[in-house]
Design a protein around this ligand. Structure first.
Ligand code: 9MR
Length: 363
């Protein structure tokens, strides 16, 4: 159902109220860094983030920084409907250290400032990943000593820059190997050995002792092998005294069909080692075109996962990988798939949006 949406933009400096159809304002060049706004009431009241705060949980979304800068309707919904945000790409290695020893926080700073303005927690992503690194890093031929210096400098500078602003950091992203066991091939593994993981956590903790530090990964086809490996790696790090606080379960549906009982069991294993669990990148790839059955399945996916998180003693973070379909990563990576978020490309709520609201309101 496409509802004729409106967004009310209210500037704080100059009290100007403009009532604009939301679809008409999408894509216009505008920066929404200081105004507050009220999204259309079709999203429900109170906002999702307020329901989350009342339940003592963080419910957030990945943030597309160019959408934030250019699309006021996107910024309006992001700023009002969530109590947490997570930069989708702008804190990654290639964005923050584009040349060796040269740091650029411009893109990420905008998101952190936006979050502060909207009283949102910031989940920060990520410090170390075996994929999507800058060319200078992937083509480097470091000795172990040089690699240690590069890793410690990167983490000290990035975590130091955002010190006290990131409530959580994904310190190592996707550490598990392609088969679901062992470690993924990575430049850091090659140069330093498996201790690159321990060291990354130690460096991050040193740079911001208050940030909660996560090991984050996806499952593959939901067979559980990879999730088990992830949890057991996190538990062994914790037992070895590494400053790790939790496990991040990405939960992209195309890789990880929801299996609540299995996830509850893994969360309990983590809890026994005093590790928290965050659901970090939830989305549901639909084979296009969208139909009602798929939308219901999507709603069930979001609802099952959020309810599973709420039912666990150690899960208080639920992050979706984009909140609306226009800027989602899915169509660009999986041809013929899309519509993976709770709001459609016109910011109209899909059944999944209502499902999230119901899950947060149900005890
Ligand atoms: O959604 C992100 C996409 O825009 C980027 O091109 C891609 C590479 O940096 O990363 C995507 O986000 C990934 C996240 O960082 C880690 N887990 C899987 C996500 C989807 O690929």
């Amino acid at each position: 159902m496409i509802v004729n949406r409106t967004v009310r933009l209210v500037t704080t400096a100059l009290i100007v109220t403009a009532l604009t159809p939301i679809s008409a304002s999408r894509g216009q060049q505008a920066k929404l860094t200081s105004p507050t706004c009220t999204p259309s009431s079709v999203l429900g009241t109170p906002p999702l983030g307020k329901l989350a705060t009342a339940r003592g949980v963080l419910v957030g979304s990945a943030v597309n920084d160019s959408a934030l800068a250019t699309d006021p309707a996107y910024a309006c919904v992001l700023g009002t409907e969530f109590n947490m945000v997570e930069p989708e790409n702008s804190m990654k290695f290639a964005a923050t250290e584009p040349a060796p020893g040269v740091f650029d926080f411009t893109r990420a700073d905008v998101i952190v400032a936006f979050a502060k303005l909207h009283h949102q927690s910031v989940r920060c992503h990520n410090l170390v990943w075996n994929l999507f690194n800058p060319n200078w890093l992937t083509s480097a031929t470091f000795t172990k000593q040089q690699a240690l210096a590069a890793l410690s400098n990167h983490i000290a500078k990035v975590v130091g820059h955002f010190r006290s602003k990131c409530s959580q950091w994904d310190v190592v992203n996707e550490p598990i190997g392609p088969s679901g066991t062992g470690l993924a091939p990575s430049p850091w593994l090659k140069w330093i050995g498996p201790s690159y993981i321990n060291l990354a956590f130690t460096y991050a903790h040193r740079a911001d002792p208050n940030a909660r530090l996560y090991l984050n990964d996806y499952d593959f086809n939901g067979n559980g092998v990879r999730t088990r490996s992830l949890v057991s790696l996190a538990v062994s790090l914790r037992r070895a005294g590494v400053p790790i606080d939790g496990v991040g379960l990405q939960l992209h549906s195309i890789q990880s069909p929801a299996r609540s009982a299995f996830l509850s069991q893994q969360m309990a294993t983590a809890a026994a080692a005093r590790l928290s669990v965050a659901m970090t990148e939830v989305d549901y790839a639909i084979a296009l075109p969208v139909n009602t059955t798929a939308l219901v399945a999507e709603a069930n996916y979001f609802s099952d996962l959020l309810s599973t998180c709420l039912a666990a003693t150690n899960c208080r973070t639920f992050n979706i990988w984009g909140f609306e379909d226009q800027y989602s990563w899915i169509p660009g990576f999986f041809t013929g798939y899309g519509a993976g978020t709770p709001l459609d490309a016109h910011l109209n709520p899909k059944p999944a949006w209502q499902a999230l609201r119901v899950a947060l309101s149900t005890k």
